[in-house]
Design a protein around this ligand. Sequence first.
Ligand SMILES: Cc1cc2nc3c(=O)[nH]c(=O)nc-3n(C[C@H](O)[C@H](O)[C@H](O)COP(=O)(O)OP(=O)(O)OC[C@H]3O[C@@H](n4cnc5c(N)ncnc54)[C@H](O)[C@@H]3O)c2cc1C
Length: 371
Amino acid sequence: MNDYLIVGSGLFGAVFAYEAAKKHKKVKVIEKRKHIGGNIYTESIAGIQVHRYGAHIFHTDNQEIWDYVNQFAEFNRYTNSPIANFHGEIYNLPFNMNTFNQLWGVVTPQTARKKIAEQRSILKGKSPKNLEEQAIALVGTDIYLKLIKEYTEKQWGIPANELPSFIIRRLPVRYTYDNNYFKDRYQGIPIGGYTQIIEKMLSHENIQVDTNVDFFEKKEHYHEESKKIIYTGMIDQYFDYQYGALEYRSLIFETEQMKNVENYQGNAVVNYTDKETPFTRIIEHKHFEFGTQKDTVITKEYPKAWKRGDEPYYPVNNSENNHLYKKYKKLADQQEQVIFGGRLGQYTYYDMHQVIHAALKLVQEELGGRR
Ligand SMILES: Cc1cc2nc3c(=O)[nH]c(=O)nc-3n(C[C@H](O)[C@H](O)[C@H](O)COP(=O)(O)OP(=O)(O)OC[C@H]3O[C@@H](n4cnc5c(N)ncnc54)[C@H](O)[C@@H]3O)c2cc1C
């Protein structure tokens, strides 16, 4: 009998497994992929740590979470400062004085603010009702047209004036020459990749890990052999989609090793913001760790509508889906044996620090005491 069966070896499941094992619980982790780690999985290609499921940059303002994750790996001082490429024109992100200077030649915050205020005036003081109006209200028409509109439409597959404004409510806009995307106090990439973090968490003697195993192949059996189940898969799938399927956006990653190319694009992340380029970004993985290898590895990221069987990357938290999720959540709350966690179990976009926080909170509720 397991004290805990954990469905999914992503960050949520691994943190819970590690903490429960430390408290002498017998834990079994099952994972349907052939490797552990969920979406933070990284693997070495030509000596470069490749982020298999999209670029992952760790950032947090919470010292406890930062100290926690640093137990499992040493982090470097990588700072996320992506670049936008619009038909070959290059702009710094997030929107800051460098971007304003590249667009309009303005040099001072006062002239940048004036320029944006002029462009914003086409809204005539109306409060923004969709993403298009929200973007224009924040950064004016030029930035909206070159750096937001077509990129966002590629990402979501919906015209920007039909997307809800909340998606970009927190769009970072700075009137300083600061290309650091995140405002958090702590930021970095684990030297040697993310997989080691999960490996260390799951290597406890009280934890058994089985990969290539889908919970739904032996659902009844797992219920019988476990006192409790921590389920980090899709919540609607657990309930056999009885109210219908929740929507996601999916992605296709096209990874290429380039021999004898030491530096392909000069930055880890380049966003392609025009609609003619079919992918949204190119990641050059070596730059996350300031690599000096003679080859490079790049990944093109193509957004894609999700259908059953595809990898569900981003929940589409519009009002219809949120309403549907609430119905599933009600069912979930009635399950005494099962706890739903992580981004798929809670149908929420979680960053890594938030996942760790949520898993540690559950540990506290379930197992109590100090770690
Ligand atoms: C493209 C992309 C980029 C991101 N970039 C960042 C970033 O820069 N910074 C940041 O902080 N966060 C980032 N994130 C978020 C980060 O990936 C998540 O916070 C984190 O991976 C969530 O962990 P999880 O355990 O909840 O889910 P997951 O990592 O998805 O783990 C769930 C696991 O459960 C397994 N599973 C599902 N169903 C079953 C089943 N039936 N049987 C067995 N196993 C099952 C899955 O295979 C998976 O391994 C990004 C996410 C994406 C998609």
